[in-house]
Write a protein of this length. Structure first.
Length: 323
């Protein structure tokens, strides 16, 4: 057996274990793969669009942890997670549900995105209750409330953007503004139509939430932070996760860290460490992404990209394939 053959076998094994951990599918084939591959329709994004590039990068693992921490700062959002989520009993299962939505929305067809949004909207209908504000009031909440959806969206968007900016070496096509503007399409099927469309507007919206006093921390916040700091993972996985957690904390503003009860982490230290770690993780599972390949094949059938080059049809140079 050659060294290359041995290396390929190790990569296939690690890739299967990696996908099994994230999707909980024992076969190592994510259940959303056939959904992304199905049909011959375009989706919301092309391979050179900012959301595709950002969400295909392993820096999303840092962004996901950061988003959960930031989202926990809104008592309404936090109440929905605590009262209607299995995050403590089955944290990986809840993660798999989030990955499913993110993957299908980024790489799937428009039909698949609509179906996935319908699934999420049906789940949201059951997420209702009451929460206590920083002013001691107890308003009712529903996961479908535009204000709560907006907070979850901007926390997600800002977190994935900051993670990519700090821990990925791949530039964002069109920059931060393109990512914020294009990813806004993802929440339209969820019923949210008024969202920030630039990085400056994103920052302003987060500032608005702070100034109106809607963000606060309580005993439930501390419980979620403790769980996110040390979830029930195996030793090997926890070593990697601990680095990703600290990398996420390193990108959070001090005023939010104070609310979360977390100490600042040196970004200058974690940036090179986690960049190297993510490169190693990518090497370990192999450079190919079955989900991206399936999405590209579907886009080629839809005549939106050129199969040999992967470039959008409209951007091909003169003399290229017919439009």
């Amino acid at each position: 057996m050659t060294a290359a053959t041995s290396s390929n076998r190790i990569q296939r094994y690690l890739a299967r274990r990696f996908v099994t951990l994230l999707s909980q599918d024992p076969t190592g084939v994510p259940p959303w793969l056939p959904i992304v591959a199905r049909g011959d329709e375009p989706g919301l994004f092309l391979p050179d669009d900012a959301p595709w590039v950002v969400h295909a990068d392993f820096a999303t693992f840092v962004g996901g942890v950061r988003a959960l921490l930031i989202q926990a700062l809104h008592p309404g959002s936090l109440a929905g997670v605590r009262e209607h989520s299995r995050y403590q009993a089955d944290p990986v299962g809840r993660l798999a549900g989030t990955i499913r939505w993110l993957t299908i929305t980024t790489f799937g067809s428009v039909e698949a995105v609509q179906a996935e949004a319908g699934r999420v909207n049906r789940l949201h209908q059951r997420v209702t209750g009451e929460y206590r504000t920083a002013r001691g009031e107890t308003p009712r909440y529903a996961a479908s409330d535009p204000d709560l959806l907006l907070w979850v969206h901007i926390a997600f968007t800002e977190s994935f953007l900051r993670a990519h900016q700090n821990y990925s070496r791949r530039p964002i096509p069109g920059g931060a503004d393109a990512y914020v503007r294009l990813w806004a399409k993802s929440v339209e099927p969820l019923g949210l139509h008024h969202v920030p469309l630039s990085e400056a507007a994103l920052r302003a919206e987060i500032q608005r939430f702070k100034e109106t006093g809607e963000l606060a921390a309580n005993a439930d916040t501390a419980e979620v932070v403790r769980f996110l700091r040390r979830p029930p993972l195996g030793f090997g996985v926890h070593v990697v996760y601990a680095a990703l957690f600290r990398a996420a904390v390193a990108t959070i503003p001090r005023e939010f860290l104070d609310l979360l009860g977390l100490k600042p982490q040196p970004l200058w230290l974690w940036r090179p460490v986690v960049r190297s770690l993510l490169i190693l993780m990518r090497w370990a599972v192999g450079p190919d992404s079955p989900v991206e390949e399936a999405a590209r094949d579907r886009l080629a059938r839809a005549k939106r990209i050129d199969p040999p080059t992967g470039a959008p049809i409209g951007s091909l140079p003169p003399g290229g394939p017919d439009r």
